[in-house]
Ligand binder design. Sequence first.
Ligand code: ADP
Length: 475
Amino acid sequence: MDTRLYINGEWKTAEKGTFPVINPANGEKIGTAADGGKKETKEAVEAAEDAFKSWSALTAQERAGYLKEMYRLMMEKKDELGELITEEMGKPLQEAKGEVQYAASFLEWFAEEGKRVYGKTVPASSAEKRMMVIQQPVGVVGAITPWNFPQAMITRKVAPALASGCTVVLKPGEDTPFSAVKFAEICEEAGLPKGVFNLVSGQEASEIGGELMENEAVRKITFTGSTEVGRLLMKQGSEQIKKLSLELGGHAPVIVLDDADVDKAVQGSIASKFRNAGQTCVCGNRIYVQEGIYDEFIEKFKTEAEQLNVGDGFEDSVDIGPLINQGGYEKVDRHVKDALDKGAELVCGGEGFEENGAYFYKPTVLKNITHEMVIMEEETFGPVAPVQKISSDEEGVRLANSSPYGLASYFFTENLSRGMKVAEGLEYGIVGWNDGVPSAPQAPFGGWKQSGIGREGGSEGIEPFLETKYISMGV
Ligand code: ADP
């Protein structure tokens, strides 16, 4: 592939040329993507600003028509788009196709939600007045997405933006620009008017991001990525009081109480922990198991973890693909070594390997974990499960909450009243109760504390793209 930028309905080369895109499973170059910068971003914003006038004037039904066609096209291309995800970022093919389906579901969901952007009337305190409240699209949106869900993070942002009447400039993760190019092709094929969706790929994130933040025509930034970059965007946004939605890092706890169905807890924890090789912000990162079932849980968890195959995501038998790059690998290795140095016991795994510039890590389980270990404080983003023993529900909730993050959390219990108290006690935006994979298009996704601002998905997911206007009318 040798791809271009998509600006104002045209495919354009970038002034700075191109940059290589690598398959993380074998280190081979898949192709090159256009290396857009400040100039092209500015051009894309101008196109989006221009298109906003007519796009926002369409009816919600008309916009829904485009989104439904995009949904149809994405489902039609599910296999091709899935293969591209595996090639660009390494997740196993079945998981990649699942991501495409998940990505498409946001197009369908928000096509409908766009029709439900209701206003209201408010009783006035004077007989000579009428008061009403309406919702209008915020304007041009800058969307910045990461590499770990190359397709779904785009649609989760772009679908509600388009449905509400906003126009978009997208900067995708530099490791995965091709999925974004395919998305732009779908926009074109669906007949989306020029300038409504624009794509600026590039390897200088701060240059493209900088223009999106500085350009006054961009009214809203929606970002998924690290807390560190989210913090920077907040600082930059303070100048113009830029509207911000931030989906940032997580450090998800998993609590297994002593009345849990252990098999269910093991299955749910395996699904949460090892999905995408542990490279999602909602992956279980620290497992707290109550003492009565600690040994049984670890034994069963180990048996399941050891059955997961590591390798190239295109191979049928593979459950865990490569880590995204050397930096990702080194972080995982550092976390495991630090835990072992501080007294953790290795249950299985504990090592990785490099092959032709690709980095793999075996599914790893550690026990005798304490909070002195880095792995209990930092997001690992790898297939490592540290297990700590707890004695009570309260201790589990206290340890779970002892983190600056608050995105996803999980717990397992069959007891309704215990479970309700735990669910209410967790300072997290998402709680999976006997459920390791809670994400869904119709549910709000987002974090408390340093995990972010705002929600994506659900009926909440369209709100960040709307401004409220109160109209007071004298009669
Ligand atoms: P990750 O660890 O997922 O790569 P990052 O926060 O580094 O998280 O990246 C998420 C997205 O943010 C990517 O598209 C990346 O290019 C972009 N990004 C990184 N640095 C900046 C920046 N200074 N300004 C704007 N976007 C940035």
